[in-house]
Design a protein around this ligand. Structure first.
Ligand code: GAR
Length: 288
């Protein structure tokens, strides 16, 4: 039963526990608040009391559940859940899965950014994870969220068909690089004009280019005596870390910071901004 719920709601085990806890706590809060409000009316328990209780509980339930979902980190799930229920009740058509811009995330690392992006976008909108490294953390994250993984190999990516048929099969409209270290081949860029973006863990144009990834970037920034570092989200073009910049955010480098401590600050910035920037871009695309 739990496996079915995980697949249906596209959540991992931890989020399933938090979703169930939100249902339970939200429901209890709603029942409690409903009874307290009815006490104020001074009504005796009877048919009218029960009718009013049912009405109150129905109106209060979404508010209570949304309130509880905030500290449990499930606000997005419940916002979508409540929209779905109200669409069903009013007969309004929900956005069909086919209407959504379908996203592929290319990643070959731990996948912490991929996980945040999956959580931010609509259920099922991240339709494919593309990976070039067996055993990469992102593969387990994809499995937890029931997202298919396409494992790619160098030869076909660079000089074969660039996996365009698979991207077409999955109806991919937009590509997000999140810790993907191979250069994107030109035919792929041409097939997705202004529809491939990347995040780089430094303030471009400095500290980018060949060989600049992960902790190497942070070590170079510290060795360069910089006072600030940050993140750059940019469109992907034929050169490494070069395309038009969409968004940057920065953080201070304190005395004593190491590549590891700076990496933590940068990851926090990435998680705070990358999913939201992607969401904004996709919304703009939908309206253009
Ligand atoms: C991120 O910090 C990303 O900026 C970096 O790889 C990390 C992946 O982390 N990308 C580059 O260095 C690209 N030049 P994650 O796997 O935990 O998302």
């Amino acid at each position: 039963m739990f496996e079915k719920l995980k697949a249906r709601w596209k959540v991992n085990t931890l989020n399933l526990v938090l979703v169930i806890a939100t249902f339970a706590l939200g429901g209890s809060l709603c029942g409690y608040a409903g009874r307290k409000l009815l006490l104020l009316t001074g009504l005796e328990k009877g048919a009218l009391w029960i009718t009013l209780y049912i009405i109150l509980v129905t109106l209060l339930w979404p508010v209570c559940v949304l309130l509880i979902s905030i500290p449990l980190g499930q606000f997005r799930f419940f916002k979508n859940y409540i929209i779905k229920i109200s669409n069903k009740m009013t007969g309004r058509k929900a956005k069909k899965k086919d209407d959504l811009t379908r996203v592929a995330i290319f990643a070959s690392g731990a996948g912490s950014n991929a996980e945040k992006i999956i959580g931010e976008l609509e259920n099922g909108q991240v339709s494919l994870i593309v990976c070039n490294k067996t055993g990469a953390g992102v593969i387990a994250i994809a499995a937890e969220h029931h997202i298919p993984v396409l494992m790619i190999e160098k030869e076909r990516f660079f000089s074969g068909d660039h996996y365009l048929p698979e991207l077409k099969d999955h109806k991919i409209d937009f590509i997000v690089l999140a810790g993907f270290l191979w250069k994107v081949p030109e035919p792929l860029i041409k097939a997705f004009p202004k529809k491939i973006i990347n995040i780089h863990p430094a303030l471009l144009p400095k500290y980018g280019g060949t060989g600049m990834y992960g902790s190497k970037v942070h070590a170079a920034v510290i060795a360069g005596g910089e006072k600030d570092s940050g993140i750059s989200i940019h469109y992907v073009d034929e050169l490494y870390d070069h395309g038009e910049i969409i968004f940057q955010a920065s953080c201070k480098i304190e005395e004593g910071d190491t590549a590891e401590s700076l990496a933590k600050k940068i990851h926090a910035l990435e998680h705070a901004h990358y999913p939201a920037v992607i969401n904004n871009l996709l919304e703009k695309q939908n309206h253009s």
